[in-house]
Design a protein around this ligand. Structure first.
Ligand SMILES: Cc1ncc(C[n+]2csc(CCOP(=O)(O)OP(=O)(O)O)c2C)c(N)n1
Ligand SMILES: [Mg+2]
Length: 283
């Protein structure tokens, strides 16, 4: 069945992917695979799910999004710019000296950024602390944290998993970007994680596992996260690193590399074709 909301979100996701690549190409460095792979998650979060207002970014009633794997900030920056938090032209300053768009996000530099990140494994602790404080204050704001699979090699992540269970953080939703790559190889070769789903279940969490590049599945999982619950919830989102550009897909070598001119032009053509496909989807 044709779903206009899904069609519109697909178009936005393609716009965000194109902006990610424009900014990486201008910077001539940065993280391509993770940023493209998580673009559908960012799209649904900011254009369908989170209660955030670009005109009033510090609103007391806002939901909090904590990006733990800060290196994929080109996706966050492109999303915030497309959502109107700042002008899209600023995306061209990624990683430049003096820019507000540093290679890893800085909370006080840009409106809409809730946490400074880059050192892996610390975002989930920040999100859990925030969720506990909100709960104790009787507040209704939701907390969503995006972590990567590579961050599950960090002990701090698992301390936060224990903590969130202990304090019944039913206002906390974690999304794991399960793209199966990390900086210098496939996760299962570097440090096998096995079933992230089973691990979280054994730590007492609720778990939903989805295709993290399926916009309908992301919408449904986030919608379920709002149902009455007693536990913290993790959405294990299986994503394709580099999603949208065949040359970059499923290859860890694109973890931290920006496209050259030829790769950039080829990628933009592919994304343009995807944009047209989404636009022409039949009602
Ligand atoms: C504490 C810490 N150790 C090492 C790094 C260097 N580093 C940056 S990204 C990365 C890979 C982590 O894997 P993942 O987040 O799954 O990467 P991706 O899926 O984007 O390839 C590493 C080791 C870091 N940022 N922080
Ligand atoms: Mg990864």
């Amino acid at each position: 069945m044709f779903d206009k909301k899904v069609r519109d979100l697909r178009i936005i996701a393609t716009d965000i992917r194109k902006d990610i690549l424009r900014s990486l190409y201008a910077a001539k460095s940065g993280h391509t695979a993770g940023s493209l792979g998580a673009a559908d998650i960012f799209t649904v979060l900011y254009f369908d799910f989170l209660n955030v207002d670009s005109k009033n970014p510090d609103d007391d009633h806002r939901d909090y999004f904590i990006l733990s794997c800060g290196h994929i900030c080109p996706a966050l920056y492109s999303t915030l710019a497309n959502k109107g938090f700042f002008d899209r032209s600023e995306l061209g300053t990624l990683r430049k000296l003096g820019s507000r768009l540093q290679g890893h996000p800085h909370r006080e530099s840009l409106p809409g950024i809730e946490s400074t990140s880059g050192p892996l494994g610390s975002g989930l602790s920040q999100a859990a602390g925030l969720a506990l404080a909100l709960k104790r204050d009787g507040k209704q704001n939701k907390v969503v944290c995006l972590t990567s699979d590579g961050e599950h090699d960090e002990g701090n992540t698992w301390e936060a998993v224990l903590f969130a269970h202990k304090y019944h953080l039913n206002n906390l939703t974690v999304i794991v970007d399960r793209n199966r790559i990390q900086i210098d190889g496939n996760t299962e070769d570097i440090m096998p994680l096995g079933s992230i789903r089973e691990k979280y279940i054994s730590f007492g969490w609720g778990v939903i596992e989805i295709d993290g590049n399926s916009i309908p599945q992301i919408i449904a999982a986030l919608e379920k996260s709002t149902h009455e619950r007693t536990k913290p919830l993790v959405i294990v989102a299986n994503t394709t690193p580099g999603k949208g550009v065949k040359l970059f897909e499923n290859d860890y070598k694109w973890h931290g590399k920006a496209p050259n001119e030829q790769e950039f032009l080829q990628a933009m053509n592919e994304l343009e074709a995807e944009h047209l496909r989404a636009l022409n989807a039949k009602e």
